[in-house]
Design a protein around this ligand. Structure first.
Ligand code: E4P
Length: 216
């Protein structure tokens, strides 16, 4: 399972990269706007810093303007994946971008039927927003499970990129279902790593070793 970082923050990207855990990055307009400043410069730096796919999202809402924006976004680097919202105009843009062999990530996906349409039109990735689905009182992971079954039934190569991840169980369940990618906020990657019994156990080992050395 690939780990993408869901951020536009370069410090977080460098830190997770140093851990060796960074397979790619997903951004969105909210995450980019949080960083402030010149978004074009920020997007270039992100593409340079990441040895893997970087999703940059279009702002346009008509297919013509989305395609034009996509052609600009791909100039930021060879690793750019164009994020397209799951709306009818987005699907029209997706078809053209697929024909042009531009990698795409269909975002704001909340149902298996939406994922099926994106896969039929050649999306590289689909992003089910599991945390937001859970927030509606439905099951985000059940949606992902159904997407996995549909894609496998028909041999779709579109990758399932689990997004809007809120906690480590979303990651574990993604692994059990066989999702291709999870995109994680920085805090969730840190949560995956830490366990209080690891810290407690290490402190006890070191204290015992220290006592042993003093008695030599
Ligand atoms: C995915 O690509 C999105 O950027 C992201 O996961 C959205 O998550 P949110 O629900 O935390 O905003």
């Amino acid at each position: 399972m690939k780990f993408f970082l869901d951020t536009a923050n370069l410090d977080q990207i460098h830190e997770v990269n140093e851990l060796g855990l960074l397979d790619g990055v997903t951004t969105n307009p909210t995450l980019m706007s949080r960083e402030g400043g010149d978004w074009r410069a920020q997007a270039s730096l992100i593409c340079e810093a990441v040895d893997g796919p970087v999703s940059l999202e279009v702002i346009a809402t008509t297919h013509e303007a989305m395609i034009e924006e996509a052609m600009d976004l791909v100039t930021f680097g060879p690793n750019v994946v164009v994020k397209i919202p799951m709306i009818p105009e987005g699907l029209k843009a997706l078809k053209v971008l697929h024909e042009r062999e531009i990698k795409t990530n269909v975002t704001l996906v909340f149902s298996p039927s939406q994922a099926l349409l994106a896969a039929k039109l050649g999306a590289t990735y689909v992003s089910p927003f599991v945390g937001r689905i859970d927030g509606l009182g439905q099951s985000g992971m059940e949606c992902v499970d159904q997407m996995r079954t549909i894609f496998d039934n028909y041999g779709f190569t579109t990758k399932i990129l689990v997004a809007s991840v809120r906690h480590p169980m979303h990651v574990i369940e993604s692994g059990l279902i066989g999702a291709d990618v999870v995109t994680l906020p920085y805090a969730t990657i840190m949560q995956l790593m830490h366990h209080p019994l690891t810290d407690k156990g290490l402190a006890a080992f070191l204290a015992d070793w220290d006592a042993f050395q003093k008695n030599q």
